[in-house]
Design a protein around this ligand. Structure first.
Ligand code: GLC
Length: 421
């Protein structure tokens, strides 16, 4: 059974390969997405190390002059996706979106290199590009060490309830008539609402009209939210970049400074009342009060906070498959709607790695096994219903196949960190 899934997973990576990069899935997402590609690389690493490196190199070929690595790179225009390059009007070397995504590349470049040190020359070539992308975050998205986003899509958690209050204060004026394509691929109940889309497009227009000027957006955008996905993945990736720097004989002073800043900044995300890490709206100063799967990335970031264990155990107890993207006890929880409830396997690998590293090995093992069962029984869906594991969203998904091969499969998996040691 699981070996058949291994074969299927490799076939999905091959089918979604467009030559040097993969699409997340055919139809729904026909371009290269930033963190999807990094996950794809760890899937390829299971059977084709050269292809794994190429995936990340192709991603960085879209890096902007200011260091930003876009969240979507439009290598070849495909009308089945909206909003496309004409709406985004990115200013990089390849048509792209104008925002980034959780910066996990340095973490997995380090991991690839641990698996096979003969690839060091390719890590050396990527190193300055990785530094530039971290520097972009620390220059433009750093609010006292907490990392902010200027669009929900930047966190990769598109419609989670964390954005609801900030969005309610936005009147999406001036957005042209548009026609969504996502709901031609997936049923509407599993996708964001129209209300959210109006605001997504409002923010895209605001950025595009400014020529994606970060200094301008920092002043004017109504959406500037510090987020655990960004803060925790960037803190983790900066630690990994530091390890790479030492390995490659590069200086570390700037990295040390960033790590210290973010260790302090991460504490800004601690919500004492809700006893969780959550988002903070920089404009209003308010915490969002949502326990999300991103809240549990604290351990991945190297923040060994036992206060989150009680939240983790409560939520694991309340669901058959965990970690749900939104706390089932939250009033906005919807078990099938995208980031408002479903389980995302690729977030689970990061949470499990963090748990294992912090010494919570039984919880890490339980999460690994539950994710493995969920995929073995339901296939390579984009996300899953926490109540019964029912597949939802897109199918034949690259990152679900990739994290199966690298981690959740009982035959080929194991935690990436355990495998590399
Ligand atoms: C959705 C997800 C995002 C992902 C993208 C492509 O926008 O929310 O995290 O990168 O799809 O799979």
């Amino acid at each position: 059974m699981t070996e058949a899934r291994d074969t299927e997973a490799r076939a999905i990576l091959a089918q979604n390969d467009r030559g040097g990069y993969t699409v997340p899935t055919h139809g729904l997402y026909p371009y290269q997405w930033n963190w999807d590609s990094v996950f794809a690389a760890i899937g390829f690493a299971e059977h084709d190390m050269d292809r794994a490196w190429t995936e990340i190199e192709t991603l960085f070929s879209g890096q902007w002059e200011n260091g930003m690595v876009p969240h979507i790179i439009f290598h070849q225009v495909d009308p089945s996706y909206f909003p496309g390059p004409d709406i985004w009007r990115g200013t990089g070397p390849i048509p792209s979106s104008g925002i980034s995504q959780p910066p996990i590349a340095a973490t997995f470049v380090r991991w690839l290199l641990d698996l096979d040190p003969t690839y060091e020359p390719r890590a050396r070539t990527l190193f300055p590009a990785l530094m530039a992308s971290h520097r972009w975050f620390m220059t433009w998205r750093n609010e006292d060490g907490a990392i902010v986003v200027t669009h929900p899509w930047e966190t990769g958690r598109d419609n989670c309830p964390d954005w609801d209050d900030t969005f309610a204060a936005i009147e999406p004026e001036g957005v042209d008539e548009y026609y969504r394509r996502d709901t031609t691929h997936v049923v509407e109940d599993e996708r964001p609402r129209r209300w959210d889309y109006d605001r997504y497009l409002y923010l895209v227009k605001l950025g595009a009209d400014s020529g994606w000027s970060e200094p301008y957006l920092r002043e004017v955008t109504p959406f500037r939210v510090a987020d655990p996905t960004m803060t925790f993945t960037l803190l983790r990736a900066t630690r990994d970049l530091r390890a790479l720097a030492i390995r490659l004989g590069e200086p570390t002073a700037e990295l040390d400074q960033w790590i210290g800043d973010m260790e302090r900044g991460a504490q800004r995300l601690w919500n004492e009342e809700a006893q969780t890490y959550d988002c903070v709206d920089i404009r209003s100063g308010k915490h969002t009060g949502v326990v999300s799967n991103a809240s549990f990335l604290c351990w991945f970031a190297g923040i060994n906070d036992d206060r989150m264990l009680a939240q983790f155990d409560r939520i694991a107890e309340a669901t058959t498959y965990f970690v749900p993207s939104t706390d089932p006890a939250h009033p906005a929880y919807e078990p099938k709607r995208y980031w408002r409830g479903p389980v995302w396997a690729m977030l689970n690998v990061l949470i499990a790695a963090g748990l294992a590293e912090a010494g919570h090995s039984e919880r890490a093992r339980n999460l690994t096994e539950a994710t493995g069962r969920m995929i073995a029984e339901n296939g390579f869906a984009e996300y899953f219903d926490p109540r019964d594991g029912a597949p939802a969203g897109g199918r034949n998904f690259t990152w679900t196949a990739a994290v199966w091969l690298a981690w959740a499969s009982p035959t080929t998996g194991g935690t990436p960190w355990a495998r590399s040691s």
